[in-house]
Ligand binder design. Structure first.
Ligand code: SF4
Ligand code: MG
Length: 317
């Protein structure tokens, strides 16, 4: 399959005061294939949202490259920039904060249509109605305001707004985290249907492996700015390698204990500050398997099994 997004040795550092730096994303390389859903998981402070923001252009990488369809995103001319602003869209976690409360829903959805001059007048209106129906709302909702809708409906409005410009790649940054559990599955199903209908590719960001399990083809697990593990979704659930992944899996209920026998690792405390991360393996202060080498050497990113990568000294043989 073809690569749609290639992230190559990407770093995003933020200076704090004069001397300190947060290494929010610290040397990440991943490729996302056209048509796949890539799940990106980690606790807050893992850098997962920062990675998403650099892809959609809300942040510039400190170093490294992001290549979209063979175009280096830092080398675009104006015309390419406009085109890519259209092709890469984002859906935010909090549909309340991301929808202008003073704008009617129809105008919110049409923002991109107007900005990219895709339609005017009756065509524009028809397109807005069609988009509302695509996401499970009704044409008459166009004249209402965001506060008149539930959280799940507002997220549908956010999705319609993203779809309006016919994107190819969507970064969904915790799109269901703020929603009631009963609504989460509905929004996931909608996103999956739209992906099929519109040939979309997703980067789906979540703090919980359970949320990305069913929608993702592959999953990457981040911790304090580093990628810890990456594999096909089923493989990650059946044979997690990295102790951090095992800990995240221990936190979600087991639906089928026979099929998913796993050791339980209970994570204590919060992650250390990304300003001053632990030497060697960044997970070592919370890892029940930490060895001397873990403090001294950064574990190498290795393909331990076919299509299954991890960075952990337990697998260095
Ligand atoms: Fe634990 Fe060491 Fe592996 Fe890090 S490298 S996860 S500290 S065993
Ligand atoms: Mg976030």
């Amino acid at each position: 399959t073809e690569t749609i997004i290639q992230i190559d040795q990407m770093k995003k550092y933020y200076p704090i005061g004069k001397e300190k730096t947060v290494k929010s994303v610290d040397d990440i390389s991943i490729e996302i294939k056209r048509g796949e859903t890539f799940g990106l998981v980690g606790e807050s402070g893992s850098g997962k949202s920062t990675l998403g923001k650099t892809i959609v252009g809300l942040e510039d990488p400190t170093s490294g490259k992001i290549v979209y369809n063979d175009l280096d995103l830092s080398q675009l001319n104006k015309k390419q920039k406009r085109q890519i602003n259209r092709e890469i869209q984002v859906i935010f976690q909090d549909p309340h904060a991301s929808l202008n409360p003073r704008m009617r829903v129809g105008d919110i959805i049409a923002e991109g249509i107007d900005a990219h001059k895709l339609a005017t007048g009756k065509n524009r209106q028809d397109r807005v109605y069609e988009l509302l129906e695509r996401v499970g709302l009704q044409p008459e909702h166009a004249k209402r305001y965001p506060h008149e809708f539930s959280g799940g409906q507002r997220q549908r409005i956010g999705i319609a707004r993203a779809l309006a410009v016919e994107p190819k790649f969507i970064v969904a940054d915790e799109p269901i985290s703020a929603l009631d559990v009963s609504i989460q599955a509905q929004v996931i199903n909608l996103l999956e249907d739209l992906k099929e209908q519109e040939d979309l590719t997703y980067l789906f960001i979540a703090h919980d492996l359970g949320m990305v399990k069913h929608i993702s083809d592959r999953i990457g697990v981040m911790y304090l700015g580093k990628m810890m593990e990456l594999s096909d979704s089923d493989e990650l659930f059946h044979d997690p390698l990295h102790p951090y992944t095992k800990a995240l899996l221990s936190a979600i209920p087991i639906a089928n204990p026979e099929a998913e026998r796993r050791e339980r690792i209970v994570l204590e405390g919060d992650p250390p500050s990304p300003v001053d991360p632990p030497s060697g393996c960044r997970f070592r202060t919370r890892c029940p398997f930490a060895m001397d080498v873990c403090a001294k050497e950064v574990p190498e990113w290795r393909e331990v099994k076919e299509r299954h990568w991890t960075a952990c000294h337990l697998y260095n043989n």
